[in-house]
Structures are given as C-alpha cells and as structure tokens.
Ligand binder design. Sequence first.
Ligand SMILES: NC(=O)c1ccc[n+]([C@@H]2O[C@H](COP(=O)([O-])OP(=O)(O)OC[C@H]3O[C@@H](n4cnc5c(N)ncnc54)[C@H](OP(=O)(O)O)[C@@H]3O)[C@@H](O)[C@H]2O)c1
Length: 506
Amino acid sequence: MTGRTATTTARPADPCCLVIFGASGDLTHRLLVPALYNLGVAGLLPDAFALIGVARSESSSEAFRADLEKSLPKFATRQIDPAIAKKVLGNVVYVQGESDDPRTYEKIGRELSRIEREQKTQGNRLFYLATPPNAFVPIGCHLGQSGLARQDNGAWRRIIIEKPFGTDLASAQALNQKLLSVLKEDQIFRIDHYLGKETVQNILVLRFGNGLFEPIWNRDHIDHVQITVAEALTIGRRGRYYDATGALRDMVPNHLFQLLSLVAMEPPARFAADAVRAGKAELLDAVQVQARDEALRNSVRAQYGDGFIENHAVEAYRQTMDVKRDSTSETYVALKLMIDNWRWAGVPFYLRTGKALRAKLTEVAIKFKQAPIAMFRDTPIDRLAENFLVLGIQPKECIGLNFNAKIPGPSIAIGGVGMMFKYEDYFDAAPSTGYETLIYDCMIGDAILYPRADGIEAGWRVVQPFIDAWREVGAQGLATYRAGSEGPAEADWLITAEGRRWRPIA
Ligand SMILES: NC(=O)c1ccc[n+]([C@@H]2O[C@H](COP(=O)([O-])OP(=O)(O)OC[C@H]3O[C@@H](n4cnc5c(N)ncnc54)[C@H](OP(=O)(O)O)[C@@H]3O)[C@@H](O)[C@H]2O)c1
C-alpha cells in the first residue's frame, strides 16, 4: 500500500508577524523561508501574515524582499507557485540595527505597530533568534525590556531561540536565568530541529500508540540501547565554530539527548506539552551523573585523520581551515550512560556521534535479551541473530525488527531474518525542511516539541563531567580514526568489553 497522506485537521496558524533576527544569514534563507513557503502550500500560514527581517548589514526592505524572492526557488523543497510566494513574501520589511542598541527595538516597534494596523496581525508576534548565540541574551533582554514581547489584550508574544543553549551547565543556567528574568517560560521556544523530523516524533507514537512494545520496554527484556548519529560530512568550512565546540557539545546535549529521552521516558499522562516535556526532563534527570574517573572510563573521544569518503580524499581534521594544528576538540564521541530508575536500572545506553564517518546514519537500536537457548542446543549462541528493534531516522526512515527463524529443511537450523517497515512504502511525505512543524506549533502555542529550561539544564548536568574530565587530561586519551571509517577502535572496546558490539555504520 502506498500514497497515504496524513489527513490533517490542522487549522491555519493565528494571524501574526514574524520578526527574524539574523535575517541575512544562512538559516533564514536556506531553511526558514522555505519552511514558511511549505506552510503556505499546506494552507497553514495565516492570511494576515508579515515578515520583518533584522540584521546589522545595510539593506532596505525592497532589497531584502528581492533577496528572499531570489533565494526561495534555490532552497525551496518544491516548485514555486507565485501566488503562495506572494503570501509569504508579500509583506516583508527590513530593519537594520545592532542587537544591543535600543534604537533597533524602537525601529522594530514602529514597524510592528504599522503592520499590525495595516495587516491586521492582531498584535501576535513571533521573534525568531537566528543569530549567533552571543546575541541571544541582548536580543531577549531588549525584547523583554522594551515591552515588544509583553503579552496584552489577548495577543501572544513568543520567542524561538536556536541552539546552542549554552556551552556548558553554567552558561545554560545563566542563559535561562537571563531570559526568564524578562520573559515567561511559556513564551520561550528553544528549537531543536531534530524534533521536527517525523520519524523522531514517531518514537512516541510507536511506544505509546501500540500495546505491543511498552510491556517489554524495560530492564527485564532490553539488554541495551544504541543511539547513533553518524555523519559522512567533514566539518568543511565550519572550522572556527566546530573547533571551539567539538562533537560532544554540538550534538549530545541536544540531538542525542532528545532521542534518548523520547526512547526512555515514562509514558506521559497526556499527549500535551507539559506532560511530555516534564517526562523528558525527568528522564534526563535520572541519567547517572558520572564522577571524573567513571566519565573517563565510559567515554571515547577522537579526531579524524585523513582518509577517503565515497572515494573522495579527505584531509585530517587538524589540517582543516580555522582548526588549530594542536587542537584537542573531538570530532567523534562515544558514551556509555546509565539511567537510575526502575525501568532502566542496569541497562546501558551507548551513544555515539561523529563526523567524517563511513556513512550518514541516524538510528536508535534497541537490543532485546537473548532467548534462553536450551531448546536449541546445536545452535551456538553467537550464531543466533540478535533481536534488535531498529528505529531508522536518517537516511532511511524505517522501523526494522531482527529475529530468528527456522531455516527450511528437515533439521532444526536457525537463521536470522528481518521485518522492515519503510515510511515511503506507506505515506507520501510532503517535501520538508524539518522546520515547518516547529514554526507552526510555535504559531499556535503548542510547545510539545520544544525542550523546557529544566530539560536543557538536566542534559548539561549529564554532559558536564565529560567536559571537565577531558579538559583536565587534555590531549591524553584523545584517539584518532581514519576518515571514512566507522570510528576509532577505542569506541569498539567501550562496548565489546561488555560482550556487545556496535551495529554497522552503513
Ligand atoms: N544554518 C543552519 O543550518 C543552522 C542549523 C541549526 C542551527 N543554526 C543556528 O542558527 C543561528 C544562525 O545560523 P546561520 O547559519 O544562519 O549563521 P549565519 O549565516 O552566520 O547568519 C547569522 C545572522 O546573524 C546576524 N548576526 C551576526 N552577528 C550578529 C550579532 N552580534 N547580533 C545580531 N545579529 C548578528 C548576521 O547578519 P549581520 O552580520 O548582517 O548582522 C546573519 O544575518 C546560529 O545560532 C546557528 O547555530 C543554524
């Protein structure tokens, strides 16, 4: 069966004005405006809609609109219909200004008042902070202090903040504290675009929409869980950002922990923002915070050397533009985490992520315990297929189950087989940038896919011991792996030492 498109009862979002800070940047052009266009195609963009772009560069409203009109067809995920493009870009204004200058907010305020009068956007304002992270606090504080984000007369005022939410526990707490001193928690939407992916959202439906899995989703039946986010891409031109950040900070407290919390959280009482966000934060709160020596024992960090990816020669990380020649920033990390609650006590969660690996692969693999083998004495245990339930997120959106079956023939011989559900076989996925659902949800005030301050801080609390321990030991313990490989040998030891093995990155 193919071609089933989700029937949607979704209504168009509330009338609103979207104010994008960082409007001249890559995110705005490549993902946000194409996502608005897709919302327009789906009939989810309100009729009363306007867009204000803010950045420091000199430009005008006419030039900015022309710029977006030119870039939209380049980055859109589908053919452009001029009538829908007009709906998205029909009311575009550019405001030039520094993010820490009060006059910038006076100009924005004047434009908002005019737009609200002329376009009837009802005073609803969505501020999107698509800027480098050092501008988050100044912009958030100015929006709060200037009154532009004050909610009154039934109008909503919301702020979307891009990642990274801090660079360690202290900075994440400081960021939350500063924002919460001028805004309410329910106005702040911290975006993690991983949660815009259908297959990530489907983890909740798979677990809680079926009676099948939940009874065995616990330490009695699950041996361990592997979460892999592997990229074949190198760091490319992002050397300056990446070398100051590393794989752990860049990927783990956000994307990998979102997957971890969806897979491991307790069932929420309701499918509603508060219940789901509380469940996720509670789960992250239950992850063991490791002492220094444990953190070193349960982690592997590595940098890629030179090699080949898909027959292309790749230079070593330390040879990349804007990367220090003696850099100790990791491009690969593998962690073993334990969760201190009744469901998961004793079940290891192995997480790994890296750049310049053999293939692009994002998956969550749940390994069930081996069957008691007394019945099949002639089949050595290492010849039995491992029972993995695999949730494929990228590049294949799928769910697979590996199990054992009898090989046809007169004797009882056992072979591993698999069942596979592929999204594409059942549903027509609308072409998407991954930002559509998230922007729409914010416009209708549904924060279910947005992590809360406590969830963000709980994540950093888990990651902090690794940051501290690695800083202390410096280059010692930093492994290397060949670009185009599956990662360092040390990461294999992390898991094989416990009689387990990674699934292939292929
Ligand atoms: N691009 C992506 O795919 C992507 C994906 C996920 C998250 N993000 C996050 O989104 C944010 C923007 O990324 P980007 O790739 O669009 O970066 P970018 O291409 O460098 O654009 C940054 C934008 O912010 C403005 N800006 C720079 N410094 C500023 C400052 N101090 N105050 C106010 N505005 C400033 C820039 O314009 P002016 O110089 O004219 O002010 C530009 O419009 C970052 O936080 C990034 O981590 C990006």
